[in-house]
Design a protein. Structure first.
Length: 198
């Protein structure tokens, strides 16, 4: 297994660790809150950094593999849904935004299987890139809100953060649906379903 794939695997390992760290105050008491926030932020930062590095390394040193092509998007979904479960549980992410994104991510697995079965790949587009960026931004803002609420609960920025959270999660949900629409459009345009036996 090459370095980019090892970095991808590390993201899948860090995701459940982040969830455990996030839930520590609920499971073990509020005295663990500071430790929980610090460890969660560290794991979140490391997860996003490895996501950035594995792609750069794979492309720059021509280390792209078939395993990596499958594992990387799975690791992205695995880690980001973990973030959103935590943030939704903490009532930071609106439930409706989480449900839209969750349904989209599970549905895309099925759609990709259909496309792969026909040997068709949907190229990256503005909505897919926007979705990835907005997922990351909304998670960053969500975890920063947790840190700010813990260390500076009376800060004047809290109210502003709450508005920003609604906006970024709403945009993430919208971009999620729009990017999913490009896959559906490709299936309809290519008439792949009509060619499948029933």
């Amino acid at each position: 297994m090459n370095l980019p794939n090892k970095l991808t695997v590390s993201r899948m390992v860090m995701a459940p660790l982040l969830f455990i760290a996030f839930m520590l105050p609920e499971w073990g008491g509020e005295q663990l809150k500071t430790f929980s926030v610090i460890v969660t932020l560290i794991l979140f930062g490391c997860t996003e950094l490895t996501d950035l590095l594995d792609g750069i390394i794979a492309r720059k040193w021509n280390m792209v593999t078939d395993l990596g092509k499958v594992m990387d998007p799975f690791a992205d979904t695995f880690s980001r849904l973990t973030y959103f479960v935590c943030l939704s549980h903490a009532s930071i992410m609106p439930v409706w935004a989480f449900v839209i994104i969750m349904w989209r991510e599970f549905s895309i697995v099925f759609v990709r299987m259909l496309m792969m079965g026909k040997g068709v790949a949907v190229p990256a587009n503005i909505w897919g890139k926007s979705k990835a960026v907005l997922y990351a931004i909304s998670a960053i803002v969500g975890f920063l809100f947790i840190a700010l609420d813990h260390w500076a609960p009376s800060s004047s920025f809290i109210a502003s953060f709450e508005i920003v959270l609604i906006v970024v999660f709403g945009l993430a949900a919208f971009a999620s649906l729009a990017s999913f629409g490009t896959y559906i459009q490709a299936i309809i345009k290519g008439k792949f379903l009509s060619k499948m036996s029933r």
